[in-house]
Every structure is written in C-alpha cells, then in structure tokens.
Design a binder for this molecule. Structure first.
Ligand SMILES: [Zn+2]
Length: 388
C-alpha cells in the first residue's frame, strides 16, 4: 500500500475553495482517498429550515470496538481582503517551508495529517484491533447547525458508537506540541432593554432616565468578579459588547436604553445558573421601580474531558516527536467538541493556530509531517492499550 503524503493532500484540499457552506469537492476528494484505504464512507447532508444545505462525511475503517475517531471540518472561512494575500488563497503555494492557503491551519492540514497517519499505520504495522473513523463536517465555520450537531445523533441512530475522539482544531499557539484543549469555556450573550419615562433634562425628577438605569446595571456587571477559576479553567469573564441610547436631543431624558454583553464561563456555572445570578444582580443594580428586560442566549455550555487516556497519549506522542510537553488548556474559542463531549471523551489537538482566519493563513510544512507522526503514535498506542 502506498503511503499518503500529508503535505500534498493538504494542498489538494486547499485547492477546493470550500468556504462554508460550499462543499467545493473537498469531501469528494477526501472520500476518494479514504475509500482507497478501505474506509466505508457515508455522506450525511442536512438542511434545517432557513439555513443552507450542508454536506458531511463519516468514514470508518473496521467494524470492531474500540472506535477511535478524528473529528474535523473541510469548510473554511472566507478569504477576507483578497488583495492583501501574497498569493492566491486557494493555490496552496509553498514558500520558504511554509504552506500558504485558506484552511492550511484551520484545518485541512490536520485532516491530511490524520489520513496520512492511518495510511502509514496500515503500510507499516497493518490494521488496528478496532476501528478508526473520521467525522468531517462542512459546517463548522458557519452556523454549525447542519454539521456535527446533527451527525452525532444520526450516527447513533445507525448504531455507530465512538469511544474516543480527537478534534483536529489548531490548538498550538506558536510551536507544535505545546497545547491541547481538554475542554472549553461556555459562552452566553445577554441583551438588556431598560425602559424609563421620557422628560425634560431641566426637570429630571419628572422623568425616569433609562440611560441611568442601564449605566448602573452595566457598572454592576463590569465590577463583577464572577469566580476565581477552577482546577482546569481560568476565571469566567464578562465583556460589555454594545451600548445604545437612541436620542438625538440634548435636552431630553431618554426612555429607552439597550446593551449587550458576553460571558465566557468555566465549569463552575451553567447558562441557567448564570442567568439566575444575573437577574438578581441586575434587578438590585437597576434600583427600585426599574423596568427592564433581560434576554439570555447560551451559545454553548462549558465542558471538560478530565485528564486521562487521550491526553496522556497526546502528551507522550508530542514529547516523542517534538520534545515539547503540551499544556492541557481550556482557553480560547469553542469547537465542535462541544457537541461530541455528549457522546465520548474528546480532546482537541492540531496544528499551530497563529494565522487561522487571517490573510496569508499558513503552516510550516514540517509541522504537517510532525503532526502526522504524532497522530501515528497516538493510533499505535491507543490500540496497543485497547488490545491489552
Ligand atoms: Zn476550525
């Protein structure tokens, strides 16, 4: 069996301009490569009302347990300022040891590294005593409603069981092998509408200033030390993201003021527990007789895969290949692991993410090869342990 070159496969994937929700040939290409390796592939397209149709791919090699899964996405964010790129974003140019292109880091390079790792394993040692699978969505960078979120229950219905999962998001800040993500903070958006009574600024006692009510509420949010952090998480943080008082006049007390805020929260809270705390806090701050609405939208709860088999395997593999010992982190934005965590232990580990979503997104070609080597070690050791 011929081994797959992870750099060439990354380039082939980048040349499919799969900006969400376009498939652009990326999943077809991947399916072809995986079928050559013996994977059985299923396409799982979904379309919720009012959203774009999204194509997804699940591929499995073997039928026995345990099933070690790699989760990822072939969709990419738009190129942004096209004129600022030093090369065509979809040409997959290699220059000075760097592969430049949209999706190089986030995360076509990691998908290619995983596929190449499987091909290496098959060519060198042979089949695993269990199964290797890939869960690849085309809807991670978009609304994320027609991808992983829908694939998991659909696969469970088909009787598919995933035992452990590695999500190939770019987790390393600057050097490969320095950071994995074992959980993520939750994210909540709050919308405040404060209502008062309009009046003359010369006679404010006859009015009820909505801007003053809102200002007191925001001050209480800004001053809030939500917690001190937990074993694996930093302290939760709140940011006011928008404040609006639509008032053209300088002599009118406004009757309406609105604001938005975002909270990134750790595993000491849920969206519901924070909402309760926010209502108490804001009611107190707004003062007697205040009239306001608080709407809360939770975009993802916090989660944690406690250190264990997956993180141990990744630490060993990173040390062996790069000499670095990766930190077990829960910082940064979220990933599709927030859906996977309801099904099995999941850890994120991929390439260096420094340039993700940027103009001239790029990775060192040597890192793609090293990531392949790390994944090879994880696969070998995972099934060694499973067999023993
Ligand atoms: Zn990504």
């Amino acid at each position: 069996m011929t081994e797959i070159d992870p750099i060439a496969l990354t380039q082939d994937l980048i040349r499919c301009p799969s900006v969400t929700p376009a498939e652009a040939g990326a999943l077809d290409l991947l399916q072809g490569v995986l079928e050559e390796l013996g994977f059985v592939c299923h396409r799982l397209p979904f379309q919720e009302d009012g959203t774009d149709r999204v194509d997804n791919l699940y591929a499995r090699l073997g039928t026995a347990a345990p099933n070690l899964c790699f989760a990822g996405h072939t969709d990419v964010v738009p190129v942004g300022q096209a004129a600022s790129w030093s090369t065509d974003p979809f040409a997959a140019t290699v220059r000075d040891g760097m592969l430049i292109g949209r999706g190089a880091s986030d995360m076509k390079g990691a998908i290619a590294a995983w596929v190449a790792a499987v091909s290496h394993r098959l060519a060198s040692v042979g089949p695993v005593s269990g199964s290797i699978s890939l869960l690849i969505t085309g809807d991670e960078e978009g609304p994320s409603v027609n991808g992983t979120k829908k694939m998991l229950p659909a696969l469970a219905e088909l009787g598919e069981r995933i035992d452990h999962c590695i999500t190939g998001e770019p987790t390393n800040p600057t050097a490969l092998g320095t950071m994995m993500k074992i959980g993520r903070r939750g994210s909540l958006n709050g919308y405040i509408t404060a209502r008062g009574v309009q009046g003359h600024t010369g006679y404010p006692h006859l009015a009820d200033n909505a801007a003053h009510r809102l200002t007191r509420m925001l001050a209480s949010l800004v001053d809030w030390r939500i917690d001190e952090g937990s074993d694996h998480f930093e302290p939760s943080v709140l940011s006011v993201t928008r404040v609006e008082v639509d008032n053209e006049a300088t002599n009118v007390v406004p009757a309406l003021a609105t604001a938005r805020f975002n909270i990134r929260y750790n595993d000491l809270h849920t969206g519901a527990s924070l909402e309760d705390a926010l209502r108490v806090r804001l009611t107190e701050a707004a003062g007697d007789g205040a009239d306001f609405d608080l709407d809360i939208v939770v975009s993802g709860e916090s989660f944690l895969t406690p250190p264990g088999l997956l993180s141990d395997l990744l630490v060993e593999a990173c040390e062996a290949v790069t000499g670095n010992r990766p930190e077990l982190s829960t910082t940064g934005g979220t990933s599709d692991s927030r859906f996977i965590k309801d099904y099995c232990p999941v850890v994120d580990f991929g390439l260096v993410g420094k340039t993700m979503h940027q103009v001239d997104e790029r990775v060192e070609t040597a890192d793609i090869t090293s990531l392949r080597d790390i994944y090879v070690q994880v696969i070998d050791r995972y099934f060694e342990k499973a067999a023993s």
